[in-house]
Design a protein around this ligand. Structure first.
Ligand code: GLN
Length: 465
């Protein structure tokens, strides 16, 4: 069977009885079996759980529009980044430390996705502990980009982007501490929302840097990502930072800022061009653009690489092998590097010079960004400075690798949402796109802009093969 590429196509197919939920699971698992060895996208598949769920939903007579209103994700096959706890399904965080860990409960986002009817198909490869930008830091081997397997799919949610490009899942989940939802989406021709900090519960998601971590969906259309976001958002009583805030579009006429600091020398000409074209398209649709200045954002990546290791050094302390896991000997080089850096910036002699200073600059960046949102509703920017790069190109040079996140850090430091949108392909046939950041809890405005843009360019979801 031909696998449908969106939630709507899937649900229309079920209503028209073109296929059953069990046939859908068959089709996805067949592709995973056929291609996974080559691309290293799934670390675990949950065949039994997928089939038992699909069987529950296999009576085709139940499928009506009404049914899908109550079960918005019925029939939707989902893969989770392997950092989301899934009851009874192995969860490794991409690390040998948790190689055989089976969680006794599921993350809030996982339970909500499944309560809405989704069918869990398995767990997706990622950089160990979500440390990375390319997917090459996984202890289970690098994920390859389905658009060209010599290239990285983006990290750290590498399998979450690649599974969509390889048509192995309809939607996936990721975490974004500094770009890890947006980058794989961008490098794999998918749509993703990095939500406002405090919009989606982090309960049951293995912590990386707690003041920056966010949980969000990746899919092939803005509509699909919005549907999943609406399912997972909101208070659960287990994450004190989540509030049931009002999500809103503040203005009927949307204005977008072009922050000049995000278009500096390091940017690849094809990345810049796709954004320039995007601006023209949106202008024709009546969106107003203006140049804005965010001078302190040039420090965002430096600030991130002080705060993030500091929080990591504390969060990874619990993996001592006493209650669960294999203990510290199994930590990889990148995790060790971050624990050492973090311990150093927090040590008595260096706390003021590094951690405290970084926190002050973070506050400055937040106040600049907050102010700019008095003038505009969104900011347009690249997700990364270049299109996907070759596997192995940056692994031996952590500093160059860290610079991949130079445009991602601002949204995490400020806790603001950002929507990553695919726009086209480079001359080499690799995915291109950009991000739209908004003020806190302005996700609906970003979705509206994303839909407007995709409609204007006649965007159609695509898979690599
Ligand atoms: N690439 C960044 C890092 O390595 C961010 C990863 C993430 O967002 N999880 O820290």
């Amino acid at each position: 069977m031909k696998i449908p590429l969106t939630i709507k196509e899937t649900q229309d197919g079920l209503i028209k009885k073109e296929f059953s939920a069990v046939q859908l699971v068959d089709a996805y698992l067949e592709r995973i079996k056929k291609y996974n060895e080559e691309y290293n996208i799934f670390l675990t598949t949950s065949d039994e759980i997928a089939y038992s769920k699909a069987k529950k939903f296999n009576d085709l007579d139940q499928y009506t529009e009404e049914f899908f209103k109550e079960n918005p994700l019925a029939g939707v096959v989902v893969g989770y980044k392997d950092i989301f706890l899934t009851k009874g399904i192995r969860t490794t965080a991409g690390s040998k430390v948790l190689e055989s860990y089976i969680p006794p409960y599921s993350a809030t986002s996982v339970s909500r996705i499944e309560n809405a009817g989704a069918i869990p198909i398995g767990k997706l490869n990622c950089d160990a502990w979500a440390h990375g930008s390319s997917g090459e830091n996984s202890d289970f081997g690098p994920t390859k980009n389905p658009w060209n397997k010599e290239y990285v799919p983006g990290g750290s949610s590498s399998g979450s982007g690649a599974a969509l490009a390889a048509n192995m899942s309809l939607i996936t989940t990721g975490t974004d501490t500094c770009g890890s939802i947006r980058l794989p989406a961008n490098y794999c021709f998918s749509v993703a929302i990095k939500p406002t900090y405090g919009a989606v519960s982090r309960y049951g998601v293995i912590a990386m840097a707690s003041s920056l971590d966010t949980v969000g969906p990746i899919g092939r259309t803005v509509e699909d990502v919005e549907t999943v976001f609406n399912v997972i958002k909101g208070e659960d009583g287990y994450d004190g930072t989540v509030v049931n805030s009002k999500f809103e579009i503040r203005n009927s006429k949307l204005r977008v800022g072009i922050p000049k600091e995000f278009f500096t020398e390091g940017i690849d000409p094809e990345v810049e061009k796709t954004i320039t074209l995007g601006i023209e398209v949106l202008k024709k649709e009546g969106i107003e653009f203006k140049e804005v200045a965010l001078p302190s954002t040039k420090y965002a990546i430096d600030v991130y690489y002080v705060i993030q290791p500091a929080e990591v050094s504390s969060n990874l302390g619990r993996f001592d092998g006493i209650r669960y896991g294999n203990g510290r000997d199994s930590f990889g080089d990148e995790a060790k590097r971050r624990i050492m850096l973090g311990t150093y910036v927090l040590s008595a002699g260096y706390y003021d010079a590094y951690y405290l200073k970084a926190m002050k600059v973070r506050s400055k960046i937040i106040s600049e960004v907050d102010k700019v949102f008095d003038e505009v509703d969104a900011l347009i920017a690249p997700v990364a400075p270049t299109p996907p790069f070759k596997l192995g190109d940056k692994v031996s040079d952590p500093l160059t690798m860290y610079l991949t996140d130079v445009y991602a850090a601002t949204a995490n430091l400020c806790g603001i949402p950002s929507l990553a949108l695919p726009s086209g392909f480079s001359k080499q046939g690799l995915p291109l796109g950009f991000q739209l950041m908004g003020s806190r809890f302005s996700e609906p405005a970003l979705f509206e802009l994303g839909k407007l843009y995709h409609k204007a360019i006649d965007y159609v979801p695509k898979v690599a093969f």
